[in-house]
Design a protein around this ligand. Sequence first.
Ligand code: HEC
Length: 133
Amino acid sequence: MKLAPITFLLTLTLSPFIQATPAVEELFTQYRQKGIQEFSADLGKNLYFQEFKLAGTGEIRQCADCHTPDLRAQGQHAETGKIIEPLAPSINRQRLLDIKEINKWLKRNCKWTLGRECTAQEKGNLLTFIQTQ
Ligand code: HEC
């Protein structure tokens, strides 16, 4: 537990230097053009852990179902069982590099999880949260 204050200080010191990838930077620009002014990692985190009740079956779904509550951990697809490499860019350097890939999966995953597509605000918040992981 002695390490906790140091970890906290390090987090405080390093967090302003988290760099958005060019792909995420470009997506933020697109979202801003739609009138979104600020992106919140906290709101993105809330959304990531929010549980959505599926109309019809009443099944509960959240992003963590496949990507796990720890974004630095390896995930597993809730339906197919397929291994999903960690979502956190700090662990997985292949993350958040390709706009098409990000758009494709955000669209598919929001539909699966929320039962609808995410708004530009929600996507901006989610990406802001994910890139800090
Ligand atoms: C049913 C399983 C599942 C759920 C639930 C899920 N995802 Fe995914 N996600 C995947 C798979 C599969 C991929 C593509 C394989 C990969 O990138 O490793 C992926 C890829 C992504 C990517 C692309 C990352 C990149 O670097 O291109 C993002 C971003 C993402 N998911 C975010 C989310 C968010 C946010 C949620 C909740 C709204 C969510 N996912 C819920 C399965 C899921």
